[in-house]
Design a protein around this ligand. Sequence first.
Ligand code: SF4
Length: 440
Amino acid sequence: MTEPLPSMARGACPALARPMLTGDGYLSRVALQAAIGPAALAGLAALALRHGNGILDISARGNLQIRGLTEASAAALEADVRALDLPLREGLAVEWTPLAGLDPAEAVDPRPLGATIIAAARAVQGELAPKLSVVIETGGLIRLDHLLADIRLVAAPTADGLRWRVLLGGTAKTGTTLGLVADGDAAELVGGLLVHLSTQGPRARGRDLEPANLPASLLALLSSGESTVAESPAPPFGIFALTAGLHALRVALPFGQMRAEDLAALTAQAARAGILSLKPAPDHALIAVGSRTACEALELAARAAHLLVRAGEPLAEIAACPGAPACRSARLETHSLGRLAAEQAPLLFDGSVRLHLSGCQKGCAHPTPSTLAFAGTEGATHLVFEGKTTDTPLKRLAPRTEAAALSALSELMRLERRPGETSRDCLLRLGPRRIEAALA
Ligand code: SF4
């Protein structure tokens, strides 16, 4: 590593060669382009123990992050990770389902197109924004619809063959639809968009592009067409069938974090059970692939390690950043509050509510809106309803009254929720005034 370690601004990424300074030291990202074997993941857990503070994250985008590094140990970590010869993602982030090629529901295997786009990105001469990403969505069991993307391709099978719906910026719901592109032209279009972005300056993002101002050669590749977005199903938890007689086990890390010792123990169990591969996955998840018997054995080990193994567990509905004391920007102990919320406000968590607990207003754990967001600030915790941590709060709570507020909202559900109504629908029906009154 030749560059001095930066304290990175919002908009930058903690890649392996450019760690980010956080409240508990430097954080390095190990982004994998493909699944790896249990022994390789055990190797990463060992490096987290050797060089960091023994805490690992799996981020909302499905990247492994090693925490608690120093400037020197981050450099050593980079060298040691590279020596493991893993399928590291370098350069532009081109993302697709972690089940690519094995998903019985996917419209097409995204990897060939992804590889062509990665090659096109390498050929771009100018500089691209560090957080630039391309998402390829193929409609399988694990969707990436909720991830922000500068350029998004959504598989759109038609009677005339495969097309891709192209969006700029935002999520699948909020991005700007450019139109449809034929499968054979998709890589050329994305490559052209990347070249065009590089001419707009090193901070240019997909959301900044005006469709009408794109080069005519790119617009000529597009046609108009259906632009509605189908609702994205929740990703499956636990064990489910893949193609080729294989099965997958999908578990999630509470608050996206795990101790390296626990991950090492889990990988040892995975190896004993005969698991073929493991992949950190979006929404702080880990996906194992193998026989059904191997997945069942690993599921027992995951339960013992207190990982989330089924839908509906309250902790699975809570997004929380490391918070205090791990992050020096934090004004809220997010993890202890999250565990209290799961215990003391059970009626809130029926699968409809997304609770976001953020140490500060930056909102690292969940940049998009959530049903309820708590954000620590100097002197008060902001409670935002149906918004992002930076939105105007419904209420400013005194420090250490957040758990009581969540209990009050759970009690509100007990009193007000109608038969068949979800918690979120109930909150929306009651509206901000009734919710605020319940917190008084
Ligand atoms: S959102 Fe959380 S992790 Fe991000 S800077 Fe704020 S306190 Fe730190």
